[in-house]
Ligand binder design. Structure first.
Ligand code: GUN
Ligand code: ZN
Length: 443
């Protein structure tokens, strides 16, 4: 397994940030500190998060670099994007009749370009810097089937400091020749890449087995992935499930023995902890129950679902059941990477139910981390977690301001309905600044 020893995530001195702080502490519970303190130690771990007077009373701050944030700044945890496609960054906004025709007309041709390693390097750099500029500190990323492009994506994320879960896109049928590969070859390639990258840099980079969706995988490929999963249960599995009616019809034609779409993945032992299922829109009660008992995570991608007219995710049902789920930008079906916009879309998509603001913010941060079984490391500011956080600047956007008398709800309401990437002044992962200028912080 990997032997990476990059010094990412190690600030030279412990840091203390004083200012407004907001984070989720439960499924429908957030805490807002108008005069808070966040202490980050030299290892990039959170030492404390509390009201500033309590921080001063309980901690010796000698040796800390103290940053006093101005009134127009707010610290929040970094966002977790549960589903996004790197190779589709340059194919956003291509309208089509259906998911399957969109894939064939625009997406497969866009993905073919990553056979060119110069282009793969360029798009990878723009993609990972784009995530950081949008405040996404953790992302579950779809790539292409080209092993060299997967290698380049990992190298780029490693260098830029992103926290990622990703892998080779596995397809052996029903796609262009340039993207499909013989099952044995692709299984051996993905295993090799996993050996090299899974848990690199102390777990900042993790690997996922990534069958694109049932339509693009033969029985032999799915069985091989199930075998890999049993050999390495710690590795993630990330795929698409039940997104559009035409797709579901095609799955029932290709796997005529299957009672439903979910049973295809069940049959090949692909469901369990650390399985991320994108969309899951047209799931029956039985499928939801099986997905929940297997502890799979659903990635809800409302911007994409609006764009492709895929249907409406059963969000209130997912909340009622307590199913593991998070939010995904799903670029390029989703229009942009920004999770502020995705929270708003998730609200707007539910036509007759108001989703609690706390639940949306939780889904974009701690809930996403929990869906990835990473809530012991990231998602909020509990002491001992790795310090992935954003400094927002309310003056970054002309449409935005903090409420005159902020509390949790009024603050969240502004963020969900008015927030966008212009607010993200600085992004930190493991305490290391990975986006923004230090000069906008007053020390
Ligand atoms: N299903 C299979 N591949 C894709 C993809 O690239 N995007 C979306 N939205 N759905 C898919
Ligand atoms: Zn997708």
């Amino acid at each position: 397994m990997p032997s990476h020893s990059m010094e990412t995530g190690k600030p030279p001195v412990p840091q203390a940030f004083r200012g407004r702080i907001l984070h989720a502490v439960g499924r429908e519970e957030c805490v807002y500190l108008p005069d808070g303190g966040l202490l980050v130690n030299q290892k990039g771990l959170i030492e404390a998060c509390a009201d500033w007077p309590a921080i001063e009373a309980r901690h010796v701050l000698k040796g800390f670099e103290i940053t006093h944030l101005p009134e127009h700044c707010l610290i929040i945890p970094g966002f977790v994007d549960l589903h996004v496609h790197l190779p589709q960054l340059d194919a956003v906004g291509c309208q089509a009749e259906s998911l399957l025709s969109w894939l064939e007309t625009y997406i497969y041709p866009a993905e073919m370009h990553l056979a060119d390693s110069g282009y793969a390097r360029d798009i990878s750099h723009r993609f990972f810097t784009g995530l950081l500029a949008n405040g996404t500190t953790t992302a579950a990323v779809f790539l292409t089937s080209h092993p060299e492009a997967v290698q380049i994506a990992f190298e780029t994320a490693e260098a830029l400091g992103n926290r990622v879960i990703m892998g080779q896109n596995l397809m052996d049928r029903n796609g262009p020749e340039a993207l499909i590969r013989p099952p044995r070859q692709i299984l051996s390639e993905t295993e090799q890449l996993c050996r090299q990258w899974h848990r690199a840099d102390s777990g900042r980079l993790q690997y996922a087995w990534m069958p694109r969706f049932a339509i693009s995988c033969s029985d032999e490929l799915l069985a091989g992935i199930g075998w890999l999963r049993r050999q390495a249960p710690d590795v993630y599995l990330h795929t698409h499930l039940s997104e559009q009616s035409g797709e579901i019809l095609e799955v029932s034609r290709l796997f005529s023995w299957a009672a439903d779409y979910t049973s295809v993945y069940e049959r090949f032992h692909l469901l369990g902890e650390k399985t991320i299922l994108a969309h899951g829109i047209h799931l029956s009660d039985s499928e939801l129950t099986r997905i929940q008992s297997a502890e799979c995570a659903l990635a809800h991608c409302p911007g994409s679902n609006f764009f492709l007219k895929s249907g409406r995710f059963r969000l209130t049902e997912a909340l009622r059941r307590g199913i593991l789920y998070g939010l995904g930008s799903d670029v390029g079906a989703g229009p942009e990477m920004n999770l502020f916009q995705v929270m708003k879309d998730a609200q707007y998509m539910q036509l007759d139910t108001l989703i609690p603001l706390e639940a949306l913010f939780y889904a974009a941060t701690l809930g996403g981390a929990k869906a990835l079984f990473m809530d012991d490391r990231i998602g909020n500011f509990e002491p001992g977690k790795e310090a992935d956080f954003l400094i927002l600047n309310a003056q970054g956007s002309p449409n935005f301001s903090f409420p005159a008398h902020p509390d949790v709800d009024s603050m969240l309401s502004r963020l969900v309905y008015l927030g966008d990437d212009r607010l993200v002044a600085n992004t930190f992962i493991r305490g290391r600044q990975v986006h923004g200028l230090s000069s906008c912080l007053t020390r």
